[in-house]
Write a protein that binds this ligand. Structure first.
Ligand code: CTP
Ligand code: MG
Length: 181
């Protein structure tokens, strides 16, 4: 596959995993998932991981995947790339995996003594990618290996941090996020 095809495939496949985190920033708030529980004197996850963020983020990602499937034939015709169609398993696992990866990272941040919002470079940019990729590989291994070839995976790992930092800076400038990461 040509380089542009790899890039477009990587972006298209990961869009349902990219949107949930941004949607959670906008839709989040309210009761925290950990309900204030602590472990070893520290919050289990912290006040930044809420049910509204989780459900709102995941639902938004699923909605995007459904919309991308509807747009697929038109996008293929325009871009001349065999963009992936999301089966039901991937349509759920990409957004859910992204949210679970983000939550798992918060768990690790609290265990290592970091407060809410403290940056952990690399982990902050890739936690949701690892969650989405791993859950999707488990949910639909056949589709996963078809779409996420090694070049596509490598592209995802390089391009995602750039996108993530970019959207977070925009969210910060718009006053939606407390920190630019
Ligand atoms: N958010 C949410 N629920 C989630 C994920 C995110 O409500 N499951 C919202 C919260 O308002 C959070 C914001 O999105 O503050 C930004 O998310 P993130 O940067 O991941 O959280 P932090 O506040 O930085 O917390 P942590 O240190 O635990 O990552
Ligand atoms: Mg954060």
């Amino acid at each position: 596959m040509a380089a542009l095809g790899v890039l477009l495939t990587a972006l298209w496949a990961m869009l349902p995993a990219y949107l949930p985190n941004s949607a959670a920033v906008v839709l989040g708030g309210g009761p925290p998932i950990d309900a204030g529980r602590t472990l070893g004197g520290r919050r289990l996850l912290g006040a930044g991981k809420t049910w509204r963020g989780l459900l709102g983020g995941a639902t938004t990602g699923v909605g995007l995947a459904v919309a991308l499937n509807a747009l697929n034939p038109a996008a293929r015709a325009v871009l001349d790339v065999a963009l992936p169609v999301f089966p039901v398993a991937a349509l759920l696992s990409l957004p859910l995996g992204a949210m679970v990866g983000d939550i798992a990272a918060s768990f690790l941040k609290r265990r290592t003594g970091r407060n809410r919002g403290e940056p952990v470079p690399v982990m902050d940019q890739l936690d949701f990618v690892v969650g989405a990729v791993v859950l999707t590989a488990l949910a639909d291994p056949g589709w996963f290996t078809d779409v996420f070839t090694w070049p596509v995976l490598a592209t995802v790992l390089v391009v995602t941090p750039v996108f993530h930092v970019g959207t977070n800076v925009v969210g910060y400038l718009l006053g939606l996020k407390d920190e630019p990461w």
